[in-house]
Design a protein around this ligand. Sequence first.
Ligand SMILES: [Zn+2]
Length: 232
Amino acid sequence: MDPLIITLSLGGLALGGAVCYLSPALWKPLAIRRLQARCVRQKVLAITYDDGPGPAVTQELVELLKEFDAPATFFLSGERVIPNADVANGLVRQGHEVGCHGYHHLHAWKNLPGALREDFARGCGAVVSCGAVDPIAFRPPFGKLVFPTWLAAKHRGARLAWWTHDSGDSFAELPGRSPALDLLDAGGGVALLHDLDRSDPRNEFVLATTRALLEGAREKGLRVVRFSDVFA
Ligand SMILES: [Zn+2]
């Protein structure tokens, strides 16, 4: 066979494989648009926290949520569940949803499929140990997903948990006003915050943004729900 044809065929196969491997990144914007539309239709707001439990800031958040009688969703990092088991177990007991955020917070684009699948399964095991039941919602670490992880989640029946509005609590420079508050004017959405313990002013920012979201939801007549309730 002509070497040029062989080269082109191999190139085509490699390109096809890469597109397939990274395909979840192509669907993500559409999934987020549909999530936003669903929230607006139901007039709901889901407040979600990644990377915890903190544990100090997580407990402060639980107290704040109790003040508003509102539930939230915590996408826990498996490796933080074991040393903070009391806090993690308390979340489910108090009516909050806990979801999987992997075990070691691996970046999907920088790790091999086997390691990603194992990390996902281990992360799910950690949240099951604190009371979560299948189907468990899964928020991919860094918001990055590849086909093998998508398949593992699908196999387990885990719903992918994207967000519509980032609070900005992890931006290099904290914003003066959280962009997540825009979802109040948008008529609903899913807010992303983080409840790993960080030094102030980040912890304060997370608490203040949560309070502003809860007050705003009350003012605008939005229902505050757990992430999975958006699909109920
Ligand atoms: Zn994370």
